[in-house]
Write a new protein. Structure first.
Length: 337
């Protein structure tokens, strides 16, 4: 069974429910009752899907405020991909008012200021590390992005999120990890489709083409700097500037090889039957020995160690782990029901 946590204010005495709801929403914002209301409450269900967490919450009317300054930094640095279910959410972000309708998407960065108001309803959200999504999208500044449901890729993303929530009780750990990777890919596609990323500046477009070419040829051990200079008609300095954030294209290629190899090891049905040699050659390493050495330097253990402790390592790789850890600790403080 995948790692799953459920918390509800209904399981505590009435006088404690408002404070518990504030604790539940703490990773996202500080909750206060809606105007002319004196009640806060609801429930939250968190499912770990490898690199992402799926959060389903139901709640009463409330207002959420997140203030960020030098003396009040948030504990969590995540992006929340929110989808209201059956109601609208009203967001006020630095004077800009946004109405997020049923089954639309709003992206919120926990390191940025925000104010939101919601009536009684439910929300399905994906939580993931900000750096991961920015890296996959190839750009920063995703906070405040509003993806309307008139785009086919956004509609597909919201449908997948809904189906994953329905399947969450029966997902095992391996399937949950694979599902999380797929969900991350769909989020990137939906953001790109809704924002017309095809019309990127030329340098960004070329970089995207290079990344795609690397992925398609990751098995080739001869992917070196000179190869890209000829293939894409670039100078060495231009290529360096393009991949400066990744510490150079050679470093980026090596990182991609190792991350893809790690994902395969973690998602193989039976790690003991996985061939280290086959994985090494599949992802462009010249030998199993060079693969094992690079893997150990990057992850602190050998590929075989990962195979033997696959599910334990999946938990440590959960990039929403701080979220899962927070709710696990909170759950322990509540009375058994």
């Amino acid at each position: 069974m995948a790692n799953r946590i459920c918390i509800s204010t209904h399981n505590v005495p009435l006088e404690d429910r408002m404070e518990l709801w504030r604790q539940i929403t703490y990773p996202l914002y500080e909750s206060t009752p809606a105007p002319r209301k004196n009640f806060l409450g609801g429930s939250v269900e968190i499912l770990s899907l490898g690199e992402v967490s799926l959060v389903y919450s139901t709640f009463s009317q409330h207002r959420g405020v997140r203030l960020v300054n030098k003396n009040n930094l948030p504990r969590f640095e995540n992006l929340w991909i929110h989808m209201p279910l059956g109601h609208n959410v009203y967001v006020n972000e630095r004077g800009k008012k946004i109405k997020v309708c049923d089954r639309e998407i709003y992206i919120s960065d926990t390191t940025q200021c925000m104010e939101a108001y919601s009536g009684n309803g439910a929300t399905l959200s994906v939580v993931l590390d900000r750096n991961i999504l920015e890296k996959e999208c190839g750009r920063t500044g995703l906070h405040g992005m509003h993806l309307k449901n008139n785009n086919p890729l956004v509609i597909l993303l919201t449908s997948i999120m809904t189906e994953y929530h329905k399947l969450s009780p029966v997902l095992n750990e391996r399937d949950a990890f694979i599902s999380g990777n797929f969900l991350l890919d769909m989020i990137v596609c939906a953001i790109g489709g809704a924002c017309n990323f095809d019309y990127s500046p030329p340098a960004t477009f070329i970089k995207d083409q290079i990344k795609l070419y690397i992925l398609e040829n990751i098995h080739n051990p001869s992917l070196r700097v000179e190869h890209f200079l000829d293939k894409f008609q670039l100078s060495r300095s231009a290529l360096y500037r393009m991949f400066e954030k990744e510490s150079g294209i050679a470093r980026y290629i090596k990182q991609q090889r190792l991350e893809l190899a790690l994902k395969q090891i973690l998602t193989d049905g039976n790690g003991q039957k996985t061939s280290i040699k086959a994985i090494a050659y599949k992802y462009g390493f010249p030998s199993p020995e060079s693969f094992t050495y690079a893997f150990r330097v990057q992850f602190g253990c050998s590929p075989r160690d990962v195979m033997n402790k696959r599910f334990d390592i999946i938990h440590t790789l959960d990039t929403a782990g701080s979220i899962m850890g927070y709710y696990s600790d909170l759950k322990l403080l509540l009375p058994k029901c």
